[in-house]
Ligand binder design. Structure first.
Ligand SMILES: [Zn+2]
Length: 221
């Protein structure tokens, strides 16, 4: 190889390396907004306008993501190429297992706003988890995910959470929760509202509104 070619190659390589911004921690990524942090979980909400990308950022824990909008995104793992286009819709969930630090970025490749929640699972109880409260939609070593898609007027099965859990509305909803004694409370919830519950709870979930709605529950294992 001649000297000119070597020099060109070196320049191309150094440009490629420089183009990759050094990663930041999840909580320092400017498109991620902290919603809740306690000893068990960190919840962040990510929002990307059309064309926007997050910085490369690093996840350290098992995690669960919940999409909150109809959008089109790509993902890029640090040091790799962009993924194929991926369509998101409210209530889509994924549970990821941590195999050490994971660094990536997300790009909004469509014309609509992309919004999602990311739940990082820091600690779970030391005792073994009992049986699942309901059909498991997704899971990893730290949590089980339940998803309730409720038509107007529909009610979920009565179920019991033996472990701390997060209840999340993936859509707007008039949510009525009823306990086994018939005592109920009704809440008008918005897309992305979350509530952390650190108590044993038995309840059913009903949609008292006029449009279909989706509730996601993330229960520690
Ligand atoms: Zn529940």
């Amino acid at each position: 190889m001649n000297i000119y070619l070597c020099g060109t190659l070196a320049l191309v390589l150094s440009t490629l390396v420089a183009a990759q911004q050094s990663p930041v921690l999840l909580e320092e990524e400017p498109h991620h907004h902290l919603v809740l942090k306690n000893e068990s979980v960190i919840v962040v909400r990510v929002k990307l306008l059309p064309g926007e990308s997050t910085l490369f950022h690093t996840h350290l824990y098992d995690r669960v993501t919940i999409d909150l909008s109809n959008a089109t995104i790509t993902r890029q793992k640090f040091g790799e190429r962009d993924s194929m286009l991926e369509a998101t819709k409210p209530g889509d969930v994924a549970a990821m297992e941590s195999n050490g630090p994971y660094t990536h970025l997300v790009h909004n490749a469509g014309n609509a706003v992309f919004e999602a929640l990311d739940v990082e699972l820091l600690h779970r109880p030391t005792t073994a988890a009992g049986p699942a409260a309901a059909k498991v939609e997704a899971e990893n070593s730290s949590a089980r995910v339940y998803k309730w898609t409720l038509a107007p007027g529909a009610t979920s099965a009565m179920h019991t959470h033996e472990r701390p859990y997060l209840i999340i509305s993936a859509t707007p909803l008039v949510l009525k929760m009823t306990d086994p004694e018939g005592k109920s409370s009704t809440h008008e919830v918005k897309t992305g509202d979350i509530h952390w519950v650190d108590a044993k709870v038995t309840h059913s979930l009903a949609n008292q509104g006029t449009t279909a709605g989706t509730i996601v529950e993330i229960e520690l294992k």
